[in-house]
Ligand binder design. Structure first.
Ligand code: PLP
Length: 405
């Protein structure tokens, strides 16, 4: 049996009261809490080991550099990438997508080309491409989803043509929980020679990924949603792309030699890591991955699925409550509205009962537009949530609705 009590002991923040009520943290899709081992390593780094990486010959700099590169190796194995050369540290998913959009865009996207994104993407995977399309004179095309939250992947072949330059799809929708059929998307795109970017911001924490098995070209995620620190993220890219793509930013650490006439870039992946990177965050993320690899991830996934099912069953009994996204294999996210109430009002009353949920558009406004809404409430579950907390979630919605109606 999965021992949730033991897991909770690793997350000190959970043991507190909010407005006199035990904290029920159900905003994990926005950011996950950190285990002690991650908090401790960041503390040790700041207290004892801090020095800039790749620059000094002194002890502290060498220690930090070694731990930074070890963290890269750990993430490489976690994703099953072919080589650490394919792992670029960024500040998060948003930065990773922008890096690909600008750099791959400069390499491959020209006037009259098109880029395909799904209708259920986070703004990070829409706006970055919109900017690059505007800059390069390309068209942004949209792969739609059905009302039940299923991504209509079968429409991809007719959306693509010989001018399609990249297809960008989420591994898991941060609103609908949908986990699209990525294998199908990648097969269709690759059969036309088109690369695929997978946004793993939500997917990586619910089941992980094997990038070689999936055969995606780019995979991006943020440390803070994977029980790691904020301000650190990862871009995985096949080496063949990173070799061809121009640097996104120029500066220190990404160069071999510089003259006013010419610059030779550093080897991969440093070519894409200009300036002082968030090396403490990267080492913290390596520790978060270490923490996850020490757990039985199958039982974690089963536990999260039990929470999802229980929440879905209980919330569905509330009069006027509608859940958005009902696909099989969805990840542990429940987004809903309740007739006659505004999501912000509901969320604020729930907060007073200690229940932290997300309200609003969830940075996925096209999904709201699809359903003709201005916002939803989202409860997103993590390994440390309990069945009792689902009970509190239910009670808080019932109470808030009765007050508002
Ligand atoms: N993509 C998805 C699916 C997300 O859920 C998020 C954050 O919620 C992002 C991208 C952006 O992540 P970040 O803000 O960490 O860059």
């Amino acid at each position: 049996m999965f021992d949730v009590k033991k897991i909770r002991e690793e997350f000190p923040i959970l043991n507190q009261q909010i407005y006199g009520k035990p904290l029920v943290y159900l905003d994990n899709g926005a950011t996950a809490q950190k285990p002690k081992s991650v908090i401790e390593i960041i503390d040790v780094l700041h207290n004892k080991l801090n020095a800039n990486i790749h620059r000094g010959v002194h002890y502290l700099s060498e220690q930090c550099t070694e731990q930074y590169e070890q963290a890269r190796g750990r993430i490489c194995r976690f994703l099953n990438a072919a080589s650490p050369r394919e792992i670029v540290f960024t500040s998060g998913t948003t930065a990773s997508i922008n890096l690909v959009a600008y750099s791959y865009g400069q390499l491959s996207i020209n006037q009259g080309d098109n880029v395909i994104v799904s209708e259920m993407e986070h703004h990070a995977d829409i706006v970055s491409w919109q900017l690059v399309c505007a800059m390069r004179g390309a068209e942004l095309r949209v792969l739609p989803f059905e009302d039940d939250g299923r991504l209509a992947v079968e429409k991809l072949p007719q959306l693509m043509d010989e001018r399609t330059k990249i297809v960008c799809v989420t591994q898991a929708s941060n609103v609908l929980g949908t986990t699209p059929d990525l294998k199908y998307v990648i097969n269709v795109a690759h059969s036309a020679g088109v690369p695929v970017l997978v946004d793993g911001a939500q997917g990586v924490v619910h089941g992980g990924v094997d990038v070689r098995e999936l055969d995606c070209d780019f995979y991006v995620f943020s440390g803070h949603k994977l029980y790691g620190p904020t301000g650190i993220g990862v871009l995985y890219a096949k080496e063949k792309w990173l070799e061809q793509m121009p640097p996104f930013m120029g500066g220190g650490d990404m160069v071999k030699t510089v003259t006013f006439a010419h610059t030779d870039y550093a080897e991969l992946p440093l070519k894409f890591e200009a300036g002082t990177s968030n090396y403490i965050g990267a080492i913290g993320l390596g520790e978060a991955v270490n923490f996850l690899q020490g757990l039985d991830m199958t039982s974690v996934a089963e536990h999260e699925n039990r929470l999802l099912q229980l929440a879905t069953e209980k919330l569905s009994t509330i009069d006027g409550l509608r859940i958005y996204g009902n696909c099989p294999n969805k990840c542990a996210i429940v987004s809903f509205t309740v007739e006659g109430t505004h999501p912000y009002d509901l969320g604020m009353i729930m907060d007073k009962m200690g229940v932290a949920v997300r309200t609003g558009t969830h940075c996925a406004e096209p999904i709201m537009t699809h359903y003709g809404l201005t916002g939803m409430i989202r409860a997103s579950f993590a390994m440390y949530n309990t069945e009792d907390e689902i009970g509190t979630l239910y009670d808080s919605v019932v109470k808030a609705v009765s007050m508002l109606r």
